[in-house]
Design a protein around this ligand. Structure first.
Ligand code: UDP
Length: 313
């Protein structure tokens, strides 16, 4: 049985990836230090013999006994309010954590895929963003701790690939949503759902004209699965190119939530908030034969169904 280590396994993406690899017949080792992840997300996996959980911070030396075939490095605070609260840990998991895991991958001769991000493009000056775009990042701004850790992570991973010949894959993940996001993680969609479901004001930052393109989590997981088993070691964007304004996203949530009396209000725009963002997915289409299949109306309905189960917990 092939063995895969998934870091950040108790998080939003890590837990969905754990589900997928269990379903595909892999032995999954989930690792998480639970600073933003939650055991609720993997509770259903805990009784399984094919799943083992290690409560561990991958910024410290990582030990895994026996064979290991694949590593997916998904541990990191990943929303602006989380990495503002935990700037040093965010920098460490992207840099020291990545280095530890690359060392482990080398020792085990495992293939390693890292979760990079559209944030490597910063506040982009081209739209949509192709992988060849180098980005417009402020290293000392509030988002710098995340953006620069992820940029370092890509550089380090590429160095292990070219210098040590390690098998590596780099996915650049654009805004993703779906079940298991935390209501309070500070991201736009969970914040809007929480506000609409509790009849609070919907806080749109700025005038809401900034854009994002939201990908449903199942589509993202499929793209990552295909990338891992491809032979392509350059970065690949995975995201849904359906770009909308944040004001429109807020309106769609209000329209979806039954009986809400919430009104949209406008708050200050956070520093360095990207004005536009949209993936160019030409590479994913050509190399992985991947494109998203869940449209936003459907994805938001599924996400709403999940949040309904969480509102009283
Ligand atoms: N946003 C907002 N209200 C909120 C939370 C976020 O208007 O309560 C905006 C935020 O300023 C950004 C967009 O929604 O322009 C997406 O923010 P998110 O935190 O989801 O992710 P980002 O793409 O900025 O990393």
């Amino acid at each position: 049985m092939k063995k895969i280590l998934i870091t950040g396994a108790a998080g939003f993406l890590g837990s969905h990836l754990s589900d997928r690899f269990i379903k595909e017949g892999y032995e999954v080792i989930g690792m998480d230090n639970l600073i933003t992840g939650s055991m609720d997300n993997i509770e259903h996996l805990m009784p399984l013999e094919e799943f083992t959980f290690y409560h561990h911070d991958v910024s410290k030396f990582v030990h895994v006994p026996g064979d290991l075939h694949y590593i997916l490095h998904f541990a990191s605070p990943a929303s602006p309010i989380d990495y503002l609260k935990m700037p040093i840990q965010t920098l460490k998991v992207g840099s020291l954590g990545t280095h530890n895991l690359l060392g482990l991958a080398k020792a085990k001769n495992a293939r390693m895929l890292i979760a990079s991000t559209s944030e490597v493009y910063g506040d982009p000056l081209v739209n949509p963003q192709p992988e060849e775009y180098w980005g417009n990042v402020n290293p000392v701004g509030p988002r710098g701790v995340y953006d620069e850790a992820k940029r370092f992570q890509e550089a380090m991973t590429m160095a292990y690939h070219t210098y040590h010949g390690l098998e590596t894959r780099i996915v650049r993940i654009f805004n993703t949503y779906g079940p298991r996001m935390r209501f309070n993680d500070g991201r736009a969609l969970p914040a809007f759902f929480w506000q609409a479901m509790t009849n609070e004001d919907i806080t749109v930052f700025g005038d809401g004209s900034q854009t994002r393109a939201f990908c449903y989590v199942d589509d993202l997981v499929e793209g990552i699965f295909r990338l891992l088993f491809s032979d392509y070691s350059q970065p690949v964007n995975i995201g849904n190119p359906d770009e909308i304004s944040i004001l429109q996203a807020a309106q769609e949530v209000v329209d979806l939530v039954d009986g809400t009396t919430s009104k949209i209000v406008f708050k200050g725009l956070p520093k360095d908030d990207p004005k536009v963002r949209r993936p160019d997915i030409t590479k994913a289409k050509e190399i992985l034969n991947w494109s998203p299949t869940v449209d936003r109306a459907e994805g938001l309905r599924r996400t709403y169904d999940y949040f309904k189960t969480k509102i009283n917990n």
